[in-house]
Design a protein around this ligand. Structure first.
Ligand code: PEP
Length: 256
């Protein structure tokens, strides 16, 4: 069965004190309920990771990086390597978020190298895909997502891809308040699985986790998480406050 994950991506929000307060509140909640169905993940800014991982080491809350370098180490000022993330206590890393693709022009080859760095350092990559509004209006959304998967992941085999999570995040729904309907999310998630079955095999297609992201909030999470091919969410804005993220964890526990 695919792993069920409710993950928060804080992007460039929260100073250290604010961020650690949210992690402490999540930790207190998770210690009480010990979630059974879902894994909970927060991807804070890099500077929070070591302390966030220390606070959450006894619970089901795992810490992710929002990105990692495509390089192993060396003279790459400003970069953070997968090995550094691991050493700070991260267990996962987001790779290929649409903001990285759009603002930092990350290419398929760079994303592929980042995935390799994640694997080499025992981090689970959350690999993001998703079409722009223009792609969707032109009816190219399936092709765009296929190209993103095969462009960066095409050279890996099924055994390697067992250690990877896909997050489908339509760009038009990220941070816009617009969200895909349950039917639109389900349609794309099912398409991603059939593409993976065709490229690899049916077992991988069934077992790979495919998360939905794009303006998920408590009001729409039940509809989105309730779709048969949706294994959880990658949540931006609604993960910044502990109480809202806890609501989403509760919905995930109930319907995933
Ligand atoms: C994201 O950052 O991955 C995201 C989906 O953001 P939001 O939930 O704010 O749309």
């Amino acid at each position: 069965m695919a792993r069920k994950i409710v993950a928060g991506n804080w992007k460039m929000n929260h100073n250290l004190k604010e961020g650690l307060e949210v992690v402490q509140a999540l930790e207190a909640y998770l210690l009480k309920i010990a979630p059974k169905n879902v894994e909970t993940v927060i991807a804070p800014p890099f500077i929070h990771i070591a302390q966030a991982a220390e606070i959450s080491k006894n619970t089901h809350l795992s810490i992710a990086g929002q990105d990692c370098s495509a390089q192993e180490s060396g003279a790459f000022t400003g970069e953070v390597s997968a090995a550094m993330l691991k050493s700070a206590g991260a267990e996962l890393v987001i790779i290929g978020h649409s903001e990285r693709r759009q603002y930092f022009k990350e290419t398929h080859a760079q994303l592929s190298a980042k995935v390799e760095q994640a694997w080499a350092n025992n981090l689970l990559p959350i690999f993001c895909v998703g079409e722009s509004l223009e792609d969707r209006k032109a009816g190219h959304h399936f092709k765009t997502v296929e190209d993103q998967i095969s462009g960066a992941l095409g050279k890996y085999d099924a055994a390697q891809l067992e250690n990877l999570v896909i997050a489908y995040e339509p760009v038009w729904a990220i941070g816009t308040g617009e969200t895909a309907s349950g039917a639109q999310a389900q349609e794309m998630h099912a398409h991603i699985r059939s593409f993976i079955a065709q490229q690899h095999n049916a077992t991988l297609a069934d077992e790979i986790s495919v998360l939905y992201g794009g303006s998920v909030k408590p009001a729409n999470a039940e509809e989105l998480f309730g779709q048969p091919d949706v294994d959880g969410g990658l949540i931006g804005g609604a993960s910044l406050q502990a109480d809202t993220f806890i609501e989403l964890i509760k919905i995930g526990e109930a319907v995933l």
